[in-house]
Design a protein around this ligand. Sequence first.
Ligand code: CMP
Length: 141
Amino acid sequence: MAIERTLSIVKPDAVAKNFIGGILAKLEGAQLTIIGAKLMRLSPAQAALFYGVHRERSFFQELVDFMTSGPIMVQVLEGENAILRNREVMGATDPAKADAGTIRAEFGANIGENAVHGSDGPETAHEEIAFFFAQAELQPR
Ligand code: CMP
């Protein structure tokens, strides 16, 4: 199996509710290693750029407003099949449809305030990691 890296975001709803620790514990419990992390706040321009693929969607402005409403925690995860493994432990986008035990089932409120983001494939993982982190900020081990 391939060792991969993926980008994970603890979204403003989950940071505000003090769920950072609970979420990172779930990620580490899924054999994902945190090799970079930072607490930060996105500007509207950064959020619009990050979610540019969704700019034609009806919920785009809502998404940008939400993602800039408070601090987020961004982390790079490394491990075997990290991209898929992260998506599995996150659960379905809509917390109401997420399997029991997943992050979104446990910590998400609704499809907008769904606690976490994770890259959806190798190309987006590469782009999303580079969006937030310089190589020197990553500590592989
Ligand atoms: P995320 O994995 O961060 O990728 C895009 C986000 O858009 C998604 O999680 C949801 O939080 C959000 N999203 C998707 N569908 C809707 C919707 N119908 N209304 C509001 N937000 C949505």
